[in-house]
Design a protein around this ligand. Structure first.
Ligand code: ZN
Ligand code: MN
Length: 133
């Protein structure tokens, strides 16, 4: 990982252990929206001493610092997205694949929310991916 990046994490007060670095590297540019289990399974051979809770705690820290977004759209397991800028998703109901949707949508704010401050919204398309349909 580049020096710049390491400094960035240090400034945020994120303690950098080799395991945490591996988790950060795994997430970087990862478009698969992995679950904590996915990350654990991908790294456990390289880091046999790493526990599932290490992965989980790291994800919590990263979420709190705004470096990762928690996605609640898959009802089976929480998924994580290192792309924190607003975008939309497609979820395959069969294989669980989550695809980024970068198109812009103009929506009208519903009347029920006229007194609320909206900071974000997300459109989720549910269906079957080309492989599953
Ligand atoms: Zn699918
Ligand atoms: Mn995404």
């Amino acid at each position: 990982m580049q020096e710049e990046k390491l400094l960035f994490y240090k400034k945020l007060g994120i303690k950098l252990t080799p395991q945490r670095l591996a988790i950060l590297e795994y997430l970087e540019n990862n478009r698969e929206h992995p679950s904590a289990e996915d990350i654990y399974n991908a790294l456990k051979d390289k880091f046999p001493s790493m526990s599932f809770s290490t992965v989980y705690n790291t994800l919590e820290v990263l979420t709190k610092k705004g470096l990762v977004k928690e996605l609640g759209i898959d009802s089976y397991k929480r998924r994580y997205d290192p792309e924190v800028h607003p975008h939309h998703h497609f979820l395959c109901k069969k294989c669980g694949k989550i695809l980024d949707i970068k198109s812009k949508y103009e929506i009208s704010i519903p009347l029920e929310l006229k007194d609320y401050q909206i900071v974000d919204f997300q459109i989720v398309f549910y269906g079957l991916c080309p492989k599953c349909k």
